[in-house]
Design a protein around this ligand. Sequence first.
Ligand code: MSP
Length: 548
Amino acid sequence: MAATGTTASGESAFYVTTPIYYVNDAPHLGHAYTTVAGDVLTRWHRQRGEKVWYLTGTDEHGQKIMRTAEANGVSPQEWCDKLVEDAWKPLWEHLQIANDDFIRTTEPRHTDRVQEFVQDLYDKGEIYKGEYEGPYCVGCEEYKSPGDLLEGDLCPIHKRPVEWLKEENYFFRLSAYGQRLLEHYEQNPDFIQPASARNEIVQLVKQGLQDLSISRSTFDWGVPIPWDPKHVIYVWIDALLNYATAVGYGSDQAKFDDTWPANVHLVGKDILRFHAAIWPAMLMANNLPLPRKIFANGWLLVGGEKMSKSNLTGISPRDLTSHFGVDAYRYYFLRAIPFGQDGSFSWEDFSARYTSELANDFGNLASRVAAMIGKYFDGVLPEAGKSGTEPEAGRSGAGPEAKDAGLGPAEQAIADGLAAAVAQADTAIGDNLDFAGGIGAIFDFVKQVNGYLSDQAPWKVAKDDSPEGQARLATILYTAAESLRAIAVLLNPVMPATSEKLWASLGAEPHLGALADQRIADVATWGRLPAGAQVVKGEILFPRLENA
Ligand code: MSP
């Protein structure tokens, strides 16, 4: 198995997954949080010029979905089809999620492979028949340890009574993998992130793992156990396998080799155990390579509790996008909450950041610069240091020779600030999934450009109509526009629609090509936006908020 390095197509993909969501209900902010994070991460890697594969999907089996469908008087399949088509897929489109695939666990491309995988484990002696008795939470679709329950019988996550189950099940020999898992954690310190998540799992595995019940026989909404179809496969075993079945496991070996193992599984902290202990053990049992990283994000909280539909605290993303717009929505949660920690959603905080960071710092910068280039240079980007509005043929704004052409100290400080912002954002977002830090670095640069304009006061310089004054004005506005060129590229993974508007307003495309084709590695090269670009004052990027 060519798990790493080059494969048939020459390059293995940077493969990112979201959890597959239960479709018992419509999505809320908590679900969208992880999916937007994955979208920003994958867009960033595409802009690095890498081959990328971004997978999301839906988890459609199990008791929770079956009961919801029954309560609504439809079959589970009908229920899933409706929710997927009417609620989940449209939301991801609305939020501009650029996933490469969407897997549903009721699709034969998945269910057939799940049966084969489980059969393989059975044939290898990894699965045996036994009996299980214990408290089960249908909300979590998980057996609980009696010691974890609150007030004797409440699930600690859902705060609702668990059910006592006793049935004959098939078991996976999970207990046999504890030592190998611990060795893997030890040898791969970045396997589970953040550190708090890693510590939690290491402790859990050190305490000793029990064998895992992987079948259910009291209901039938699931994938049948191939050798004993009275049982269906436990929904979590079925669900975890989506990450492999969706990229060709057992059906398209070349694609599987190109894509697997996943570079990052994004998960909520409540489902960490499944991803960081059970899933790797399943893969070990079938001699498959392990994912490279499991990153657990925190919860969005309401009143200190995990936001959830079952607790009636689930807020629909559209309730926010209709007020703030999609791009501000994508920005806000990643900027405001350090990825990996819990965070509370607050309408006031969102409004405050929208107004100060997006509308004032960023939006006003873009519109002021375009307006001044319109006013003083008829919308034609001037060449830095030149007083005329007509650039010399073939001469770009500054080009790689920028330093030779002699950036003034204030302009050099901007070019240096940009280089620092690019380096910081690239490491933070692209490598460390520190979205707040990366976006923060980009916005520090936005602030720096604002400071530059306040210091240089081009509106005053414009009053000096000597050739030197006009040349200085050209330099200032060139510097600001060139900075905006870079900002558009850096923010494109986070706010794609806004960045497109900015790209269009700078008249960049005829000279530099499509925004999506710009590379992170080129962003800090000063002088890419050529003099002569047609700058127009486009629509306001972040309109004033209506009173909510
Ligand atoms: N179907 C399983 C996942 C299977 S992955 C092989 C599942 N589904 S879920 O719909 O209940 O939850 C999906 C994800 O949403 C989880 O990562 C969970 O942490 C996340 N969130 C649900 N509510 C959340 C918040 N309030 N805040 C942040 N994320 C939360 O579990």
